[in-house]
Design a protein around this ligand. Structure first.
Ligand SMILES: Nc1ncnc2c1ncn2[C@@H]1O[C@H](COP(=O)(O)OP(=O)(O)O)[C@@H](O)[C@H]1O
Ligand SMILES: [Mg+2]
Length: 486
């Protein structure tokens, strides 16, 4: 007998706001319903010599939540107490009673309730396995309790919760991050032409190169009205809070990509952001961000989903050593190869090659294989210098659009999981490194001429704009000179 029916009423709230009729309705269904179910099952099982009764409770009957649904929680607590007592009363009649305590399950109901990525992540930090449960996993729990395989199991609070109710500190698999939902107005700002930046004590808003180009006699900054300057107090506050909480610096990302191609534009030539200004500048200058906003689904077979919600992800900044970043290829849920990411020769890597392979493999087994829903994918990791910990950095498609690094895609696509052994590939000499370096530099299409970068070196955007204008004027005079001499 599986007493699984129950409700969680949308108007179920805290002690002050929950109406009595919601309380009574919840208790009637979730507690009295289970009692009646048990009563009739006991009568039937007595005639047939015994059986197993499973009552669905919940993990909230074991631990408190700061998001109250008081009637529901109380009703599930009652299910636990009732089930335990029934188990004692009927133990000698060969009728077993157990409560099933599901953790959060990826049901449409819960996913509608946790309707933003931020809300989902807020829950998932508490789940040691790092994911929501699946309905089939509850069904298998109930199946065990219903079957004779559990013949000596009675009176338990049987938990199928990914370790949730046993958790104090959960494992960290990736860098600490904050998810900031972005409004359509903010997306419009990112899509709009021109780089207008907040004033917040940073250099004044600068004009874009195109505007400087086209400004003959007008002062280009005249075009910048108050309206152009972005004003998103909520986003700005959230960015400031994340920077504070993460010790002063963050690494920004949108849903899929980071603005890596725009690092050249910042004073530090990196993605290290210490103010909302830094974040805005990178997002506005990046083609990769534009790709996320407007072309992310260009090569997908499925239709582009409508209503994509965009989020700004801010990760705690870590000074990562490029030599310890690795890319891992997964096929049929098996790790088939690992490649060094920064294709430079690092002699120390050769000495620790075996250790690195073992560490990354263990990380895959412990955290990725059963946690990630795909069967074919690529993931990037960072191995801490002391090799005590591996961090997840990113996921990529198992496809030629992802750089295979020291693997060719032909090798990866034809890799025979059953007959070939995975390996870790590391550059073994400077000669090998220089052979590889003969390939085109990365992001060549996103780059600006070196002269422009030299001008920008170490300057704020406003200074850079001035310098750029001066350089342009200078080259124009030179051109005039040459014209004359022609
Ligand atoms: N929290 C961080 N702090 C510093 N650098 C980071 C951080 N996260 C990622 N990086 C660096 O940025 C690179 C790109 O990050 P990734 O998450 O893969 O973004 P993308 O979507 O652009 O591929 C990583 O390979 C790593 O070198
Ligand atoms: Mg990446």
């Amino acid at each position: 007998m599986f007493n699984n029916a129950g409700i969680m009423h949308p108007q179920d709230d805290n002690a002050l706001n929950t109406e009595e009729k919601i309380w009574n309705l919840t208790m009637d269904i979730n507690v009295k319903g289970v009692w009646f179910g048990c009563k009739h099952a006991i009568l039937a099982m007595r005639k047939t010599g015994g059986g197993s009764i499973i009552n669905t409770a919940s993990f909230v009957a074991l631990m408190g939540a700061a998001t109250p649904q008081l009637a529901y929680t109380a009703s599930k607590g009652a299910v636990l107490a009732m089930t335990r007592e029934l188990a004692m009363v009927h133990a000698r009649e060969n009728i077993r009673f157990n409560s099933l305590c599901p953790g959060p399950i990826r049901t449409p109901l819960l996913m509608d309730f946790l309707n933003t990525e931020e809300k989902k992540q807020r829950r998932l930090v508490h789940v040691p396995q790092g994911r929501f449960g699946e309905a089939i996993e509850q069904a298998n729990g109930a199946l065990f309790l219903a079957s004779d395989e559990s013949s000596f199991v009675t009176g338990t609070d049987f938990r199928v919760d990914g370790g949730l109710s046993a958790a104090y500190v959960t494992p960290e698999v990736t860098f600490k991050s904050k998810i900031i939902p972005l409004s359509t107005e903010f997306i419009d700002y990112l899509n709009a032409d021109g780089i207008y930046l907040p004033t917040d004590g940073q250099p004044q808003a600068a004009a874009t190169i195109e505007e400087l180009d086209s400004s003959d006699e007008d002062d280009a900054t005249n075009d910048i009205t108050q309206e152009n300057i972005p004003h998103f107090p909520q986003v700005e506050q959230a960015i400031r809070q994340a920077i504070d909480e993460f010790g002063g610096a963050v690494f920004p990302k949108l849903n899929w990509s980071s603005p890596r191609d725009a690092a050249w534009i910042t004073a530090t030539q990196s993605l290290k952001c210490t103010s909302p200004f830094d974040v805005y500048l990178l997002l506005k200058s990046s083609d990769f961000i534009n790709h996320d906003l407007n072309h992310a689904f260009d090569h997908c077979q499925q239709q582009e989903p409508t209503n994509i919600s965009y989020n700004l992800i801010l990760r705690k900044w870590h000074d990562l050593q490029p030599s310890l970043e690795f890319r891992c290829f997964v096929k049929n849920k098996e790790l088939i190869g690992i490649s060094q990411r920064d294709l430079t020769y690092y002699d120390f890597l050769l000495d620790i090659q075996q250790e690195l392979e073992t560490k990354i493999y263990e990380f895959f087994e412990d955290h990725i294989r059963d946690g990630f829903p795909g069967t074919e994918y690529v993931f990037d990791v960072y191995v801490q210098q002391d090799r005590q910990k591996v961090w997840l950095v990113d996921f990529n498609p198992f496809d030629t659009t992802t750089d295979g690094l020291l693997y060719s895609w032909n090798e990866l696509l034809t890799f025979d999981v059953n007959n070939q052994e995975p390996e870790i590939r590391i550059i073994a000499s400077t000669i090998e490194a220089s052979e590889i370096a003969c390939n085109a530099p990365r992001f060549a299409t996103n780059m600006v001429p070196k002269d422009v970068i030299d001008l920008s070196d170490g300057r704020s955007i406003a200074e850079f704009a001035e310098e750029f204008q001066r350089a342009m004027a200078l080259s124009a005079t030179h051109l005039d000179d040459t014209d004359d001499s022609d």
